[in-house]
Design a protein around this ligand. Structure first.
Ligand code: NAD
Length: 475
């Protein structure tokens, strides 16, 4: 614990006050494997206080004019814009991603907040007017929302939840992942200056408060992003109180490269969409199916790109890929890599870097297939399996056989064929000749075990509300 600073810099946000935690916990820089800050950790009592503060703030916030809520969301976006540089550096320190990727994430988060600041809460609809009745559908906010986020995009995913939850008149208890709590607390500090007390609360934990939030009778909705394994626990725990929930979970996205594609032309894009954020992206390409006729060339092109990448501490502006985010993920990816080495051939990377930090070079594994762990499981790290196929329909069937269904993509030249396969791919988002292109105006929903409900866009906003029908007798 060499360069540890004190926790005084970081505070929880409960009921409008920035407070110390009843406990504390170290935050590790994944590039060094060393703690660089000792930060607040909330107790169960503090989590309860946060929920009660959000509950108390709810009626007034729900009754406020939409214009006021939009203005405050805009203020948050402006405040984050002013803190852009410090936020992105902190993000790299706690998360590991290169500065350029952190800059992109902070900008994207600001863009998401601005989108919701400019959107309107769902408007009332007149469903029917007859001689006998007038039926209107209104949408009311739900109440206290528990926003639970993972460690891969700690800033963006906070914005993706705060924007729609607050715009539609809910109050929020935000709980970030234990290994990336600092950017959340910085955003909490900004919120403390902008929102009325209790509207936004930020608490941190060591994976011990999530269940309390999802089980709590005063929490009306859970907006959860994380692994499918935790998603199952959330769903079970929310059953007690039959809470509303949106679960954005894991993915094992397949990309299918058709025989008319040009390997040299598409390799850079395929590489980027697989290895962004060190492969720790829910919607990354995690299985690459390549037609027999292109297989060797495609593997060579990808290996060339992987071999050229500079890996290192994200704070160094010259590096292109940072470390895995935490020790547990580092161990999991190493285990999958060892298995892949036995099942197929590693043609680029494969090395765990000597020295401190959780580094694995970008790795391309060929000659693996369905049934191998590296193909069937979400690796969530910098190891891409390339799988050979000879019949596109068979490749599609193998892609669809996964219990996951977050995204997928088809690559080639014949538009009719691309659309036909895309229409039959079983996932929430299918891209053609690209991957990972998403934004606040596009609904995001996983199929199968990749999610429940919809986030973002108009439909995502509606999920933060309760349908409220008023049916009036006439005549
Ligand atoms: P995780 O499931 O381990 O943790 C996510 C959050 O849940 C953390 O805040 C954690 O503290 C909390 N948590 C832990 N136990 C809990 C419990 N019993 N009840 C409630 N909350 C609990 O996920 P992770 O490892 O931080 O993130 C990686 C995973 O997230 C990957 O599977 C990735 O694909 C997925 N992800 C999905 C999306 C999406 O939009 N679908 C986006 C980003 C990440």
């Amino acid at each position: 614990m060499t360069d540890t600073t004190t926790s005084g810099e970081y505070r929880l946000l409960i009921g409008g006050r920035l407070v110390n935690g009843h406990g504390s916990m170290p935050v590790i820089n994944p590039a060094t494997g060393l703690a660089f800050v000792e930060c607040p950790r909330a107790s169960e009592t503090q989590a309860e206080e946060a929920i009660q503060a959000a509950k108390k703030a709810f009626p007034q916030w729900a009754a406020s004019a939409a214009g006021e809520r939009q203005a405050l969301l805009r203020e948050l976006a402006d405040a984050m814009e002013r803190e852009h540089e410090s936020l992105l550096r902190l993000l790299t320190q706690e998360q590991g991603k290169p500065l350029a990727e952190s800059a992109f994430e902070v900008s994207a988060a600001i863009g998401f907040l601005r989108y919701f600041a400019a959107a309107s809460p769902p408007a009332p609809k007149v469903l029917e007017v007859t001689r006998e009745r007038r039926v209107e559908q209104h949408r009311r906010p739900l109440g206290v929302v528990a926003a639970i986020t993972p460690w891969n995009f700690p800033v963006l995913l906070i914005a993706a939840k705060l924007g729609p939850a607050l715009l539609s008149g809910n109050t929020v208890v935000l709980k970030p992942a234990p290994t990336t709590p600092l950017t959340a607390m910085r955003i909490g500090e900004l919120c403390a200056r902008i929102f009325p007390a209790g509207v936004v609360n930020v608490i941190t934990d060591r994976n011990d408060l999530g269940a309390m939030l999802t089980n709590h009778p005063d929490v009306r909705k859970i907006s959860f992003t994380g692994s499918s394994a935790t998603g199952r626990k959330v769903m079970a725990s929310a059953a007690n109180t039959l809470k509303r929930m949106t679960l954005e979970l894991g993915g094992n996205d397949a990309a299918i490269v058709l025989p008319d594609a040009d390997p040299a032309q598409i390799a850079p894009a395929l590489y980027a969409f697989a290895f962004m954020n060190c492969g720790q992206t829910c919607l990354a390409i995690k299985r690459l199916y390549v037609h027999d006729s292109l297989y060797d060339r495609m593997c060579e092109e990808l290996a060339k790109l992987a071999n050229a990448v500079v890996v290192g501490d994200g704070l160094n502006p010259n590096i292109q890929m940072g470390p895995l985010q935490n020790e547990q993920q580092f161990a999991k990816v190493r285990e999958l890599l060892e298995d892949a080495r036995e099942r197929g051939n590693v043609i680029a990377g494969g090395e765990v870097l000597d020295g401190p930090g959780y580094f694995i070079r970008p790795t391309i594994v060929r000659d693996v297939t369905d049934g191998d762990r590296i193909v069937d499981e979400e690796q969530f790290g910098p190891v891409l399996p390339v799988i050979r196929y000879s019949d596109p329909d068979d490749a599609l069937q193998r892609a669809n056989a996964s219990p996951m269904g977050l995204g997928g993509s088809i690559w080639g030249k014949d538009p009719q064929r691309l659309r036909d396969l895309a229409a039959r791919m079983d996932a929430g988002t299918i891209w053609i000749n690209k991957h990972l292109d998403f934004g606040p105006s596009i609904p995001l929903a996983g199929s199968k075990q990749s999610g429940v409900g919809i986030e973002l866009a108009e439909e995502g906003l509606a999920e933060f509300t309760q349908s409220h029908v008023i049916n009036m007798a006439l005549g």
